[in-house]
Design a protein around this ligand. Structure first.
Ligand code: ATP
Length: 208
């Protein structure tokens, strides 16, 4: 089974590219969906997070108030690290479970859409690694228009992440999404050739 890694920066176009994979019949495991599931009320991840952050991060329903938790960790790097450390094992197990399910269904190629692929060391599981790159000005404008935020807010979210240019240097394949959606379709088709290229023995398996 080939596991393609898909990552990039905030608002660089990962979800848009992920939809193109699906449209080409290649299933996608979305780390954001898994991350939401591991925080559901009563799960192991939920218990760990409530124990660490207290009941004040809960809604009256008992579910985690995600925007509130997001705000807390955004403003405090130590708490952000703590949250990541608490949830990382649940998220990686959840992702592997989804991969396993697809393997059982006989899927030969799947894509892992993981915004923190490098930060979480999941790049070792995937080949090729595709980074969706966009020029900084376009990234800022798309983020502001999608989320209705100011330039200052969008910039601070961009700057809280590993620089996109650094991710680019770690990629096997870079999809430049600075142009139109038609351009992106074209770049995606080129990248697909890499995805379909047979692995060499040196690349085969999880051998990084
Ligand atoms: P996040 O990291 O926040 O999940 P993302 O990397 O998944 O973001 P998308 O949501 O796919 O990024 O794209 C960000 C925004 O830019 C969306 O509103 C999307 O519709 C738009 N967008 C993506 N690619 C293009 C493009 N080539 N031309 C115009 N708009 C685009």
């Amino acid at each position: 089974m080939r596991i393609v890694g898909l990552t990039g920066g905030i608002g660089s176009g990962k979800s848009t590219v992920s939809n193109l994979f699906k449209a080409h019949g290649i299933p996608v495991v979305d780390a954001d969906v898994v991350a939401r599931n591991v925080l559901k009320k009563g799960t192991g991840g939920w218990r760990k997070v409530v124990a660490a952050f207290g009941n004040e991060i809960l809604l009256p329903s008992g579910e985690v108030d995600r925007p509130k938790l997001g705000q807390i960790v955004f403003n405090d790097p130590d708490k952000r690290q703590l949250l990541n450390r608490l949830l990382a094992p649940y998220i990686s197990t959840g992702i592997l479970l989804e991969v396993f399910k697809l393997w059982l269904k006989g899927c030969k190629t799947i894509t892992l859409d993981v915004p923190l692929l490098f930060e979480a060391n999941m790049d070792k599981w995937t080949k090729p690694i595709i980074v969706v790159w966009v020029d900084p000005q376009t990234q800022l404008e798309r983020l502001m228009s999608r989320d209705g935020t100011t330039a200052e807010e969008a910039n601070s979210r961009i700057n809280a992440q590993m620089p996109l240019d650094l991710k680019k240097t770690k990629a096997d394949v870079v999809i430049d999404n600075s142009g139109s959606l038609d351009d992106l379709n074209e770049r995606f088709r080129e990248a697909l050739a890499d995805v379909k290229r047979p692995l060499t023995w040196a690349e085969f398996g999880l051998c990084r």
